[in-house]
Design a protein around this ligand. Sequence first.
Ligand code: ADE
Length: 420
Amino acid sequence: MSARIDVVSIFPDYLAPLELSLVGKARQRGIVDIAVHDLRDWTTDRHRTVDDTPFGGGAGMVMRPDVWGDALDEVLQAGPDGGAAPGGRVLLVPTPAGQPFTQRTAEELAGVLADGGQVAIACGRYEGIDSRITEHYAARHDVQVREVSIGDYVLNGGEVAALVVIEAVVRLLPGVLGNAASVIEESHGTDGLLEHPSYTQPPTWRDLEVPEILRSGDHGRIARWRRERAVERTAQVRPDLLATHPVTVRAARRGDAEVLAELAAATFRLACPPDMSEEDMAAYVQEHLTLERFRGYLKDGRRWLLVAEVVGAVVGYTMSIMGEPTDPEIAAAVPTRPTAELSKFYVRAALHRSGAASALMEATLAMARERGLPGIWLGVNGQNERARRFYGKHGFERVGGRTFTVGSRRESDDVMYRTL
Ligand code: ADE
């Protein structure tokens, strides 16, 4: 059973690219039957007129409903299975005033076609088609009318939008793409993320290296890296797409040591003063944030580590440590006992506005309460205004200061405390 697409336009030649590439091949192989019609074939006057001035005045011309009606009545009788269209009929009208055309729309239309349905596309020009056309066909029980926009900009007509819709839909039809997984992995696939970055030969090009992990042959690590980059890119470029995915927080497990060490190395600089040298940061990471260190932290009963995940990628972590502060300055400043230090609190920069940090903080405080602590403290760099504001918003107050060493530098922290 072949899928059937009809396009009606005053510029049928505009749709010539449908002969090419993947769509052209799908037509040759009989997977989809695409018919392009010239709207002027349904005109009755000598000048083959398709438009007229708008009632009520205004610039531009409006396309006449009588010509369109005759064309669409005829076209909507066509279809697979001798015109029966068992999958139903969709009249698709591209217009900047339509609903956004998305991958979900493409999937729905591919579903109609795969069931032996028909998609008829009416390409308007000028100021659009007389509105009675959509009113009339929407009232027909056997036709579903969909007005769609391919983006918030204005084209000269619906032909380019029709090409976009057809290409997005036809590649989803069974048998068109060789590899079904490529449909799922690509941007706007099933989990609604943008695609991870991709690389091929050569391994070094103009001093730019392919990330080492992709050449490791370790499929588990590669899959994890790709998911992390997809989540990160989506958060940076299209945070609106992430808004529908919940942030989840869970206790870190022994098996998370590698993820945590990588995340810690990537995020440590976020808490450093802006003038700290690369060498000093690297030295700190080498000393405190290695895989071995995290293996040790995860085994230590005095510590609790939590991770925040978005679509299965770890995007942030916290580590708290039970016990009396060893630094006398801090011991004097922290007012209650027993106590714990919120020692590490990091979220990937791209996800700072995703809700991950607040979810991590709430879970961290809940764990501290479960342990019966009256209060918890933390040290935050005096220059890290963003972090101090965040902790302030979550009920921490400055109770003192402390100085410590990172590499070759003396740093000064604020000590902040929160009653639980
Ligand atoms: N016709 C003109 N502009 C359009 C757009 N942005 N989307 C769909 N059809 C259109």
